[in-house]
Unconditional design. Structure first.
Length: 199
C-alpha cells in the first residue's frame, strides 16, 4: 500500500513538475572511478556530454553530498579543482552511518584535485562567495534542503546538477521550482535515479 502510494506520487509529480528530457549525444567512460556501490552509478557516462553540450569551463566544481566519493571522483576527471562538502554522518535517506570523514578522505587521497570539507551545507553557504563552473547537489532528499542548497548552488555556478529527481519526488519539485524562480533552463535525465540539470 505504501509502495503504491509512493509510485502514484511519483507519477503525479512527473506530470505536474514536467522537466524536458536531457538527451546525451555521446557517452564516455571516465578514466578514473572508484569501486563502490552508489545510486549514482551510470551517470558518470554523461558528465562529459553535459559539459560539452552546455559549454562549461573545467576550472572548479563544488559538490554537496560526497558520502564515500563516487561522484566526486567522477568530477575529478574533468575539473582542475573539486570541492566536496558533506557532514559525513549520513542522513535519513542515505542512512545515518556515523562519522566517515576519515574513511572517505583516505579513500580519495590519491585524487589530489579533490578537497573535502566536513560541513553542513547551511554553514557553508553562509561564508562561500565564490563562483563555480559546475555544482552538484546530492544531500538529504527533502524539498526544503534541496531547494535551499540548490538555489545557492545555481546562483553560484554556470551549471548545477541534482541527483535523485526520479527516485525522490521532492527533489524533482525543488529542481522545478528553482528553475522557475531563477528563470534558468532545466532538463532531466530520467535514468540512474534521475539527474536534474539547471543551466
Ligand atoms: C546520497 S549521499 C551522496 C552520494 C554521493 N554523491 C555518491 O556519489 O555516492 C547524501 C550525502 O549528503 C550528506 N548530507 C545530508 N544532509 C546534509 C547537509 N545538511 N549538509 C551536508 N551534507 C549533507 C550525507 O551525509 C550523505 O553523505
Amino acid at each position: 500500500m505504501r509502495n503504491l502510494k509512493s509510485q502514484l506520487k511519483k507519477l503525479f509529480f512527473r506530470k505536474k513538475f514536467y522537466l524536458k528530457t536531457y538527451k546525451p549525444l555521446k557517452k564516455t567512460v571516465p578514466e578514473k572511478t572508484i569501486q563502490l556501490t552508489s545510486a549514482w552509478k551510470g551517470l558518470e557516462l554523461i558528465i562529459e556530454d553535459i559539459l560539452n553540450q552546455f559549454n562549461i569551463d573545467k576550472g572548479n566544481c563544488i559538490e554537496f553530498g560526497v558520502e564515500y566519493g563516487f561522484s566526486a571522483v567522477v568530477f575529478s576527471n574533468y575539473f582542475k579543482k573539486v570541492t566536496g562538502v558533506d557532514t559525513f554522518i549520513g542522513d535519513k535517506h542515505s542512512a545515518h552511518k556515523g562519522d566517515h570523514y576519515d574513511q572517505t578522505k583516505k579513500a580519495l587521497n590519491e585524487f589530489k584535485n579533490i578537497e573535502l570539507f566536513k560541513s553542513d551545507y547551511r554553514d557553508w553557504i553562509q561564508k562561500d562567495t565564490n563562483q563555480y563552473d559546475f555544482a552538484h547537489v546530492d544531500i538529504v532528499h527533502d524539498y526544503k534542503e534541496t531547494y535551499e542548497c540548490g538555489l545557492w548552488a545555481v546562483r553560484h555556478s554556470k551549471c548545477c546538477i541534482f541527483h535523485d529527481t526520479e527516485s525522490f519526488p521532492e527533489v524533482r519539485r525543488a529542481v522545478f521550482d528553482i528553475a522557475k524562480n531563477t528563470g534558468k533552463e532545466v532538463y532531466n535525465y530520467p535514468y540512474h535515479n534521475g539527474l536534474g540539470i539547471i543551466v
